[in-house]
Design a protein around this ligand. Structure first.
Ligand code: PEP
Ligand code: MG
Length: 889
């Protein structure tokens, strides 16, 4: 196989092979944009290396050939003593992993070529600075030496010279540093720094391969659900220099604002600096717009290129560029990461500009992003004490206790605290702390700094570059310009949308997107936010495109009404046990504990009117739309007193010589009914079969409520659903009773109550015998919560808190199967049940009402599996609408 591609040989569609960076460098090269020449080593080579511990046969020869071609094109050889070609060696995986893997710059320098470089550039300082950077980067990333050792050496020189600024160091200082660095390397490796340029390159390439499995890269991939087997490509690119003087520099640009999506010129520029200085957020940058003043010709050229790229990629692009003595070079581009709001706005703008179709636009926004837009934001009318302001790097409203290092962020968040991670700047080692924190605040670095890029990728609130806030990590405190001191543990609020930082907890209000869904904002009115207009447009498109209906899980009239405003087309699950919480719990307790028929009938009679009135409210809220009412499904323990507490109470009373008859009786009953494993015990249809009159009471309440609604001129559409059925016999008994009650109540009221009776499919046996079950069910609703629990043998109440984090860490699965449907296992059973159910009863209505009904990936599966609807919590209804549309489009 071919392992090495010149830039001109690739294109943007070869990301699997060349990685994102390599594929896009190739694309830019072929667009005729100024890209320094170079070549890309494929991900195949990396995978081979990682599997076999050595590079594939022939790779070195291929590299030699491409290097020779590069040298011929540039008219100089790698490390040539009088005029060296220098190269960078950069990682570049298929999916961008900002700062997670390695890069080595200035390869080709040694004691000889450094002099050649100095002579060619006419700049001693530059040459020796470049050389010490090479030894430093090489030592740290290739030879695994602690980076602090190099930093300390630089600090020592600065201290001696009485300065804190790198720019005050001269050629002599860098020469001295080169020697010091070489000594450090020799001491820590025994081999020293390799002076042979080709050897430098060989080792750097392997180090990039190795960095694919660096702990922080592994963690990042798990977070972002990037498969671990992809490997990285390696880009070898001839160096251009942004650190040749004030007429040189380096920068990052976006074709639109990645935070808000607004059009304009966005980016950061740093004069007299090299590559990583900008992204690392080490020195403070100037806004890109300032480049117009600094170097107008390059600025115009850059704007031109940005337009070319946007039109070509038909999307927001982000760009890294370098200006070497007034000449502009493109070092990278890619379709850029963006916030949820920017994603919606940009897709909408591109449709308006005629660059993409509405169909493509809807493909570019996700349900997860929509969910983010529905988060609350800070109340602007609340009284607030502003501590300061930084850049609005990643939107959202985060409140938490200030912490000043990642370790504390992780520790505190594990014990249930919300924390805001405050740093001067973040680096890739802070990743875990960033994941643990509610939000991130930095005092240095621009919108393209590590903190900003990573936070946006994670959808985490971030304010960066808040220079007026003095983040003092040593003393674990933050000092505001107003003199307020925030100690570790003090609560602050950060607004990633405005960049503001507030003292204490600021109250939050609903987002405009939620207010739009609630019908409080008219998207057609002129004043409405363009974000709301974009959401509206895409929702309309999805609603028209989707095949599946979207219903809501709602247990009371208020939730049902809200769900309907959010676009729900009915209730897919009304959990009647939720109607028995609070005061009514005692009624259920009495029912379960009843010793005599009389006692039981009394409790049932007391429950009936309460149930009926609840149903009336829900049917009214969903008038004309189906409401699936599930008969009682409590694992008994949810309704009985806790056995330990009750035992203690009885024992204490006894020790005092008292005797509480009621408690004693209760305790006996609780003992009798106690289950080791209540989730697999007496619940669902089993309860209906052993507690006489319970389910018929509920069906009667449904029937009476429907009859009342009919009398009032309404259009109730109840569906009666039996939970936890494992075999058709269970269903048959309850179904016959239910139909009888419907008939009886219909006769009492003089109306026809002809409502479907169906079942949940939430046990493996039900799925496997769906053909039989369908003969007695007019509909199926997949209860994927219990189905996941029983297919995996995972207790849904226990496992997530107990060992799932270990499972996620070890990569057993990338996401909990309770969150996102396990397509291979649980999904397979669903497919079987769909097929056999439809065969037995063509036209049977099929839905899902487990938590997965509102999960984007699962919604796509349900669409493919051929379900008629999904049902989810009211706030997820818009997400499910959008994703059902995207799945169908
Ligand atoms: C389910 O099991 O998926 C379901 C919807 O029912 P519940 O969560 O109430 O058990
Ligand atoms: Mg269930």
């Amino acid at each position: 196989p071919k392992y090495v591609y010149e830039f001109a040989e690739g294109n943007k569609d070869l990301k699997d092979l060349l990685g994102g960076k390599g594929a896009n460098l190739a694309e830019m090269t072929n667009l005729g944009l100024p890209v320094p020449p170079g070549f890309t080593i494929t991900t195949d080579a990396c995978r081979y290396y990682l599997e076999n511990g050595r590079v594939p046969e022939g790779l070195d020869t291929e590299i030699d050939e491409k290097l020779a071609a590069l040298e011929a094109a540039m008219g100089k050889r790698l490390g040539q003593a009088d005029d060296p070609l220098l190269v960078s060696v950069r990682s570049g995986a298929k999916f961008s992993m900002p700062g997670m893997m390695e890069t080595v710059l200035n390869i080709g320098l040694n004691d000889d070529s450094v002099r050649g470089l100095a002579a060619q550039a006419g700049n001693e300082r530059f040459a020796w600075d470049s050389y010490r950077r090479l030894i430093q980067m090489f030592g740290k990333t290739v030879q695994g030496i602690d980076g602090e050792l190099f930093e300390d050496a630089i600090d020592a020189i600065k201290q001696r010279k009485g300065t804190t600024d790198d720019l005050d160091l001269d050629a002599g200082d860098f020469k001295e540093l080169v020697q010091t660095f070489k000594d450090i390397v020799a001491e820590h490796t025994g081999e020293g720094f390799p002076s042979d340029p080709r050897e430098q390159m060989r080792q750097a390439i392997q180090a990039v391969f190795d960095s694919w499995n660096a702990p922080r890269a592994v963690l990042y991939r798990r977070q972002e659900r990037i498969p671990s087997g992809l490997g990285t490509a390696v880009n070898v690119c001839s160096m251009v220099f942004g650190n040749l003087g004030m007429d040189s520099g380096t920068g990052v640009a976006f074709t639109r604002d990645p935070a808000s999506g607004q059009q304009g010129v966005y980016g950061d520029y740093l004069q007299n600096a090299q590559g990583e200085d900008v992204v690392a957020g080490i020195r403070n940058t100037v806004p890109l717009a300032d480049l117009e003043r600094i170097d107008p010709a390059s600025y115009r050229r850059l704007l031109d290129i940005m337009e070319t790229l946007e039109n070509h990629y038909r999307d927001l692009c982000d760009i890294e560029f370098t200006i070497e003595r007034g000449r502009l070079w493109m070092l990278q581009t890619r379709v850029g990461k963006r916030t949820a709001a920017a994603a919606f706005r940009i897709a909408n703008q591109l449709v308006d500009q005629g660059l993409i179709t509405l169909d493509e636009a809807v493909g570019r926004v996700t349900g997860d992003q929509l969910a983010q837009l529905m988060f609350p934001r800070f109340d602007e009318t609340a009284e607030r004490t502003r501590l300061g302001r930084g850049m609005n790097a990643s939107p959202g409203a985060a409140v938490g206790k200030a912490v000043f290092d990642s370790y504390t962020a992780i520790k505190w968040s594990r014990s249930g605290e919300d924390v805001i991670l405050c740093r001067r700047e973040t680096n890739p080692d802070d990743l875990e702390g960033m994941i643990a924190a509610r939000g991130i605040l930095t005092s240095r670095g621009g919108k393209t700094s590590h903190a900003a890029v990573v936070a946006r990728g994670m959808g985490k609130t971030c304010v960066c570059g808040a220079e007026e806030l003095d983040v003092d990590t040593k003393n674990r405190r933050l000092v505001a310009p107003g003199g307020q001191v925030i100690e570790e543990g003090d609560v602050i609020s950060i607004d990633g949308t405005s960049g503001e930082v507030f003292l204490g907890e600021v109250p939050v209000v609903a987002s405009p997107v939620v207010r739009y869904f609630e019908g409080e904002i008219d998207p057609a009115s002129d004043s409405s936010d363009d974000l709301v207009r974009a959401v509206h447009r895409f929702m309309q498109y999805s609603d028209a495109a989707r095949r599946m209906n979207v219903r809501a899980n709602a247990d009371n009239a208020e939730d049902a009404a809200r769900a309907r405003r959010m676009g729900a087309q009915g209730v897919g699950l009304c959990r009647t046990e939720h109607m028995f919480l609070g005061d009514r719990r005692q009624l259920v307790e009495r029912l379960i504990l009843a010793d005599t028929d009389k006692e039981r009938e009394e409790s049932l009679a007391a429950l009936l009117p309460l149930q009926r009135d609840d149903f009336i409210g829900i049917f009214e809220a969903m008038d004309g739309l189906p409401v699936t009412v599930r008969l009682l499904d409590p694992p008994l323990h949810e309704f009985l007193p806790d056995i330990t507490e009750l035992s203690v109470r009885v024992a204490v009373a006894e020790s005092r010589g008292e005797k509480h008859e009621n408690d004693l009786r209760l305790l006996q009953a609780v003992h009798r009914l106690h289950e080791q494993n209540p989730m697999l015990g007496l619940r669902g249809v089993r309860l209906g079969l052993v507690v006489p009159g319970l389910f018929t009471m509920q069906v009667r309440a449904i029937a009476q409520a429907a009859a009342e609604r009919l009398r009032a001129g309404g259009r109730p559409c109840p569906e009666i659903m039996i939970p936890l059925v494992g075999t058709v016999q269970e269903l048959e008994i309850i179904r016959e009773e239910s139909l009888r009650v419907l008939r009886e109540v219909g006769e009492e009221y003089g109306v026809t109550l002809n409502y479907p009776v169906g079942t949940m499919i939430e046990l493996p046996r039900a799925a496997l015998t769906a053909g039989q079950i369908a003969e007695n069910a007019e509909f199926f609703s997949f209860g994927t919560n219990d189905l996941t629990q029983t297919v995996w043998g995972f207790s849904r109440d226990d496992v997530e808190a107990s060992f799932f984090s270990a499972y996620l860490e070890k990569g057993v699965f990338g996401v909990s199967p309770f969150e996102s449907l396990d397509v291979d296992g649980v999904g397979r059973l669903i497919r079987i049940a769909v097929e056999e159910g439809r065969r037995a009863r063509p036209g049977i209505k099929l839905g899902v009402c487990g938590e997965h009904g509102g999960d984007p990936a699962s919604v796509h599966f349900f669409h493919e599996a051929g379900l008629d609807y999904v049902s989810c919590s009211p706030f997820r209804v818009p997400v499910a609408r959008l994703e059902s549309g995207r799945a169908a489009a």
